[in-house]
Design a protein around this ligand. Sequence first.
Ligand code: ZN
Length: 173
Amino acid sequence: MKQFDCKMTRYPQPVLGKKARAIEVIDESIRALAERMKDLMVEHKGVGFAGPQAGVDLRIFVVSADGTKENAKVYINPTIQLSGGLAENEEGCLSLPGLWGKIRRYKKCTVTATDLEGRQFTETGEGLMARAFQHEYDHLEGIMIKDRLSTAGKLRARKRLAELEAEAAADGD
Ligand SMILES: [Zn+2]
């Protein structure tokens, strides 16, 4: 069986900045990947986790409203529809540790995706769920919260981004 080399991936790893590829076949390797992503999400105390954050450039994310593995749901090749107007809220990202900022998101988000059994489903989230869907979907497009900050927010984020870049350089990756 093909196995993905999954590991917690942080800025500035290139996989986080590019558009992820569609999943063509949902097999054991994809089920193992989803399982590993749920574990990484729980381990790092997140409520969502996307393929590129595991270092894998595939269109898959998991979201759990309460951050538990039991309630983590898998979304493969998702598409999203936005509605309900915009709201601003503080957001962080496991791949940008130590960086927080106010991000504008739509209040409502409908996701159509495929589950691990290959069935298509549609789900509408509001508030925090809508925010989580948009955040994770962004990861599949190579977009992170640093890209969505206001001009002032981007200026404030500069120092932390430089620190993360220096850490990665020191680790040799
Ligand atoms: Zn994130």
